[in-house]
Ligand binder design. Structure first.
Ligand code: KDG
Ligand code: MG
Length: 409
């Protein structure tokens, strides 16, 4: 089975997704997700203008060889744009292989380690009451793990609140902004946030009881010592994990957090290679590795990283935000089904418009996702519907401190 064509489909069923479509000489088609939120056009150009004609004619079944070739031929190692292109191609090749063998991808990865996948959902509140209400709604429908977020008051400007960018579908504005809105940079204050974090976490634990697993994403904003304080502050309230407490490019920052608190730590959505993860894995500076399957080498890259994490007794909690398509969510679930060291999976329900483009290859019910037993990744793409929903330029936001200094959003 040879690669006859590699194409991309850029579509916006409510948010932008870049789909890789690989057609084999037999006519069989495989789909992958190469979405890099806010940089979709760069990845599309890389695939269409640098990679697709070169890879035409290759043996579509030789996934590892293609993976290594794309990685090494570019010479300029790693980086989110290149690794996203590789991830989308890899995912489409696994989809194609599964379809050609009439086998779900998980069965090609060693088969089922589990029958269903435990997921966590997002709850955002603009105030304590609305957050509690949202958490209770999720719990009532069977959810057992919740990632909570909240808005933070601006102490320098009475009445002004930093509206935390979040992904709780239906609970307000999404994380992406227009170019115009990107010029208005919100302000955020670390000390106020830390106080809120302690208060809100205590409230949730008291009101929701000991059973529900709680997760909070710091989104890389704190200095190592402030992050250590955050981890200690939430320690009595028994978090499932505290996510991205520090800037992940500087990995020893995690050591400072680790040495000062027993709050479990989840990190990894900004790592694009196994080598990025190694210092944190080898030193056990984290408990949950949260790689993104569309940015860290696709199914091939994630399975390799999971094996190394397993050797270090670290569990996988793959990134499953709103900005990956149902194809990448499905790829996550196939890996989650097969690997031994599964911890939990982040999950966001697709916007109803996405269901016009992607068929459903998995089902969510009461805190768990179950894969349908379909060949490949199990998701089909309605290309006509995708073409009717064209790309809409959007950006990830920016944040500044009280004094105007640039901050991670
Ligand atoms: O595009 C950026 C999002 O993927 C990211 O902000 C989501 O941090 C995130 C998470 O944990 O889901
Ligand atoms: Mg995150």
């Amino acid at each position: 089975m040879k690669i006859a064509r590699i194409e991309t489909i850029l579509t916006c069923p409510d948010r932008n997704y870049l789909i890789v479509k690989i057609t084999a000489d037999s006519g069989l088609v495989g789909y992958g997700d190469a979405t890099l939120n806010g940089r979709e056009l760069a990845v599309q150009a890389l695939i269409e203008r640098h990679l697709s004609s070169w890879l035409t004619g290759w043996d579509a079944g030789a996934i590892e060889k293609i993976w290594q070739s794309v990685l090494r031929q570019q010479y300029w190692r790693g980086g989110a744009i290149q690794m996203t292109a590789l991830s989308g191609i890899d995912m489409a090749l696994w989809d194609l292989k599964g379809k050609s063998l009439h086998a779900p991808v998980y069965s090609l990865l060693g088969g089922k380690s589990r029958d269903r996948i435990r997921v966590y959902l997002h709850a955002h509140g603009v105030n304590d009451d609305s957050l509690l209400r949202r958490c209770r709604e999720l719990i009532a429908e069977g959810c057992t793990a919740i990632r909570y977020s909240f808005d933070t008051r601006d102490p320098a400007r009475p009445g002004v609140v930093y509206r935390q960018a979040h992904q709780d579908i239906g609970a307000g504005p999404r994380i992406e902004v227009s170019e115009e809105d990107l010029r208005v940079i919100p302000r955020w204050d670390a000390a106020t946030y830390l106080r809120d974090l302690g208060r809100v976490t205590a409230l949730l634990r008291t009101e929701l009881g000991p059973e529900v697993d709680l997760i909070h994403d710091v989104h890389q904003r704190l200095s190592p010592i402030m992050a250590a304080r955050a981890a200690r502050t939430v320690e009595p309230f028994d978090l499932f994990f505290l996510e991205d407490p520090v800037e992940p490019l500087y990995k020893p920052g995690l050591k400072i957090v680790r040495e000062r608190s027993a709050t479990p730590i989840g990190v990894g959505e900004l790592f694009t290679t196994l080598q990025d993860c190694l210092p944190a894995l080898q030193n056990n500076w984290l408990d949950y590795l949260r790689l993104d399957i569309s940015h860290a080498g696709g199914v091939t890259g994630i399975v390799k990283a999971a094996a190394v994490a397993d050797a270090c007794q670290i569990l996988m909690a793959l990134h499953g935000p709103s900005d990956i398509s149902p194809l990448a969510h499905a790829a996550n679930f196939h890996v989650d089904t097969a690997i031994p060291n599964f911890g939990i999976q982040e999950f966001i329900h697709a916007d109803p418009r996405a269901t016009e483009v992607f068929t459903a290859g998995y089902r969510y019910s009461e805190g768990y996702v179950t894969l349908e037993d379909l060949p490949g990744l199990g998701i089909e793409v309605d290309e006509k519907a995708a073409a009717g929903l064209p790309y809409a330029k959007s950006f990830l936001p920016l944040l500044q401190d009280k004094d105007g200094g640039v901050q991670n959003w």
